[in-house]
Ligand binder design. Sequence first.
Ligand SMILES: [Zn+2]
Length: 286
Amino acid sequence: MAADGTAAALEQIESLRFSHEVRLLGEIRRRFGAIPLMDFDASERMLDRRKRDLLGDAVRITEDLLPDVHAVYRTCLKRAGGALLGDLFVQQSPSYNASVFAHDRRFDILVHSALLRDFAPDELHFVFGHELGHVLFRHNAIPVREILAGTEGLPAEAARLLLSWSRAAEISADRIGLLCCGALSAAAGALFKTASGLPGIDTSRVLSSFRRQYDALEKQIHKDADGESWRRTHPMIPIRFKAMELAALDIIALACGSAGFSKRGFQGVDRQISTILSALETVEAA
Ligand SMILES: [Zn+2]
């Protein structure tokens, strides 16, 4: 694995950030002033409060308690560059969900119990990698939900910009998930289970279902000018799949340390995905 705790590894990680996200970060800086959009001390206090709540209400996963899950988590930390410091918690819930709260290089990840029960180890690599991606890319610097909930009279275009960035940031995080799991099939399996709630479906069926549904979604979007669904922080799941499928060969080449990763080729992939997202956002603004 090429991405072990060095500055070069972090630079490699940064090269995976979706370039559409980089452009939107530039727009946010121009619109809102400097990033982070949250006070440093307040963010640290929030992490400490959340840690207290997790220690009180959830169960911390240790090597002793769940050795297999903890081994997957340690592998992901290593693949993500090894410079992060955080705990993994589980909470009883039937829904497939995971979240992260971070401050600087510190973080806590919370996963729901159904996810640990039903996801294969390679799919857990994707889930943990995705959450670590948010930490590495410092996405916590722009707390979109809090800003939207707490800022009265935020102009519609400013809210749209934050939501566009949030969706692009998910695509960046998915790439770290893919880097950690090393296979499109594992990433697709995790997304499929999250979307459908159905474990146990054959990988080839999952892949072909996503491909067909992406094509159907693309056609539907061009027919339907109602942009309501785009007041969402996450891109639609078939779009996340398509973005990963387009980038997968390059990311897996990087994960294997082979010479197959080409920055120029990767920028071409980014343009293709930006076009997909921009087409959707243009429909939204119409
Ligand atoms: Zn995410």
